[in-house]
Design a protein around this ligand. Structure first.
Ligand code: FE2
Length: 155
C-alpha cells in the first residue's frame, strides 16, 4: 500500500504563495499544504472586512491559530484573538464572523483541516462540499488564470 504521508520534509514559504479568492468577496485562502492522500489541508485564511463566512459543518477535526485580527462563531460564545488556538471537533457546525475594524489589518488565521467541509444554504441543506481535491483544484485554476506556476504544496 502506498504510504499516505510524505517520506521527506518540506519548507513552504507563505510569501511565495498567492492569496486565492474563496468565493465570497473579501475572503481569500493561501494554501500551504494540500494532501489528497489523507484528505487534509493547511491554509491561511484572510478576511478583509467584517462579515459572515458561510455556515458549514466539518466532517473531521479542525485546528486554528489566529495570526492577526479577531473573529468569532455565531454558534459559540467566545471571540478569538491573535495567539489563540481553536479546536473544532468533527460534526461542529458554525458560521465564522470576522470582526475587522480596519481593512489594512485583515483577519489572518492558520487552519489545519483534517477532512471535508459541508457548506450549507439558508435551509440547512448541504450546498457544496469542500475537500482536499476541490481546494487543490481552486488553487490550480487560480494559478492557471494568473499565469503563475503552482508551488509544491501537495504532500
Ligand atoms: Fe470551520
Amino acid at each position: 500500500m502506498e504510504h499516505p504521508h510524505p517520506m521527506k520534509d518540506f519548507l513552504v514559504r507563505a510569501a511565495d504563495l498567492p492569496w486565492v479568492p474563496q468565493g465570497s468577496s473579501n475572503v481569500w485562502f493561501k494554501p500551504l499544504r494540500i494532501s489528497p492522500a489523507t484528505g487534509s489541508w493547511v491554509n491561511l485564511l484572510k478576511v478583509a472586512k467584517s462579515g459572515v463566512v458561510n455556515r458549514h459543518r466539518h466532517l473531521a477535526e479542525v485546528e486554528g491559530w489566529v495570526v492577526q485580527g479577531h473573529w468569532h462563531y455565531l454558534e459559540h460564545d467566545w471571540q478569538a484573538e491573535p495567539g489563540a488556538y481553536v479546536y473544532e471537533p468533527p460534526g461542529d457546525v458554525h458560521t465564522l464572523v470576522a470582526d475587522v475594524d480596519d481593512p489594512d489589518h485583515p483577519m489572518l488565521t492558520l487552519f489545519s483541516i483534517h477532512g471535508p467541509i459541508e457548506y450549507m444554504d439558508e435551509t440547512g441543506e448541504v450546498a457544496y462540499v469542500e475537500t482536499a481535491e476541490t481546494k487543490l483544484r481552486r488553487y490550480h485554476d487560480y494559478c492557471r488564470e494568473q499565469g503563475i506556476a503552482p508551488h509544491e504544496i501537495v504532500f
